[in-house]
Design a protein around this ligand. Sequence first.
Ligand code: DX5
Ligand code: ZN
Length: 226
Amino acid sequence: MVINAPSLANIPLTEFTVQLEELYEGGVRFFHVDLMDGHYVPNLCLPMNCVKDLKAKYPDCTVEVHLMVDNPSFYIPKMKEQGADYVSFHCDSTSFVRRTLFEISEAGMKAGIVLNPSQSVDVIRPYAQYLDYIVFMSVEPGFAGQKFLEGSMERLRDLALLRRELGLNFQIIVDGGVHYGIIEECVKNGADALVTNVYTIFNQPEGITAACRRFTETMKNVVCEI
Ligand code: DX5
Ligand code: ZN
């Protein structure tokens, strides 16, 4: 069953605790947390210490941190301190991808890299064996609420085929513009988790909890076909 991984960047700050409860009630146990530094991407987002707060309130939930920062190494001890479970960084944000992956793994967290829409999926070949997961961007990083980019489905399929070719089992998390028109196809093409958003679970007429249940119901029998 594909993981419902809501992007918390989609919650208005004034609604934060209320909407977290609604997500939890709807069965969410995996949070996607976007951290930005205003350099790697021209935006700021959630504060680092929200990771600690999330783990304190929801110890049974996985907190997956998507770093959109220059010098990701700098943030790894901080993420460990905060209690993050998964940490990913953009593979073009450092010259030392393998070292950075090892730093994350050695700190006891799941290590991932993020692939931008303009990067070939082949860039992962030299370090694919060291990855626990990949955040596959289907929008340019930096802002919530963008549209799923044309060509993303084909790239996702290429990534899943590469995973199969290499005999690996890293997870694939699809991030950006995920909507009902494509969610089933994403899973058939290799997605293990979908970053959910205003098109799927937030801003839905039935409310967040019911929208999460609808998502689970829709996806319960959809499996990878690669
Ligand atoms: C974009 C972020 C995404 C984003 C996803 O930089 O990485 O996680 O918040 O939300 P949507 O799908 O609304 O763009
Ligand atoms: Zn993200």
